[in-house]
Design a protein. Sequence first.
Length: 292
Amino acid sequence: MPSGCVWVCLGVSRSVGLAELNSLLRGQLSQSGQVNEALREDLCKLTTDWSKAVEEAGLREMEWQTEKEQLTGHVDRGQSRLMSIWGDVVTLRRHCHTVKTATDRDLWELRAEFSRLSSSLLSHCGSVVSLSLRPSDPTTSLHPAPRSASAPPHSSTPGPPPLSSTPGPPPLSSTLGPLFLQDLDHDQKEREREREETERELTELRSFYEAETLHLNNRISELSRTIQDQKKERQEEERKMERGMALEKKEEREKERQRNTERTLECVYQAVLKLVRLTAQIRIYRESIQTP
C-alpha cells in the first residue's frame, strides 16, 4: 500500500511536471508559430523585393550595355573624323607651303627679270644719249678736203662749181639724231609698258597670294575651331564614360548587396527550416507524451 501511494505521488508529480512542460512547450510553440509567420511574411517581402531588384538590375544592365555601345560607336566615329580632319590639316599645310614656295620663286624671278630689264634699259639709254650728244666735225661735214700744195691753180675758164658750193647730203648727226630719239622713245615706251605689265602681274600675284593666304588662314581657323569642338566632344564623351563607369560600379555594388541579401535570405530560410523541424519534433514529443 505505501508503495502504491509512492507510485501515485510520483505519477501525480510527474503528471504535474509534464503538464507544466506541456504548457511551456505550448507557449513556445505558439511563439514559434508567430515567429514563423513573421519570418514567412518577411521572406515573402524579401522575395518580392529581390525579384524587383533583379528585374531592375537586368533593365539597368541592358540600358548600360546599350549606352556603352552607343558611346563606343560615337567615340570611334569621333576618332575617325578627327583623324580625317588632321589629314586635311596636314595636306592644307603642305599645299600652303608649296604655294608660298612657288610664289616666292616667281616673285624672285620677276624681280630678277625686272632688274635685268632696268639694267638693259639704262645701258641702251646711256648709249643712245652718248651717240646723240657726241659732237660732229664741221670741217668734214660742211667743207671739202683741202687741196694739196701740188694741185694746179684755178683756170680762168669757167668750169664746174666747186664741191663745196654744191648742196651735199645732210650731216650724220642731224639725220640719225631724231631716229635715235624716236627709237629711244619707242624703247622707253616698250619698257614702260613691260614694266607696267610686270607691276600689274606682281600686283595680281600679290593679291592672289593675299587672298589665298586669307583663305588658308580662314580654313586653318575653321579647322582649329573644329578641332576644339572635337576636343570638347571627346571630353564630354570621356565624362560620359566616367559616369558610365561610376554607374557600372554602382551596379556592381547593387549586385553585391543583392548577393548579400540572397545569402541573408538563405540563412533565414535555413533558420526557418530548422525552426520548423524543431517545432515538428516538439509536436511529436508532445503527442508521444499525451498518448497513454
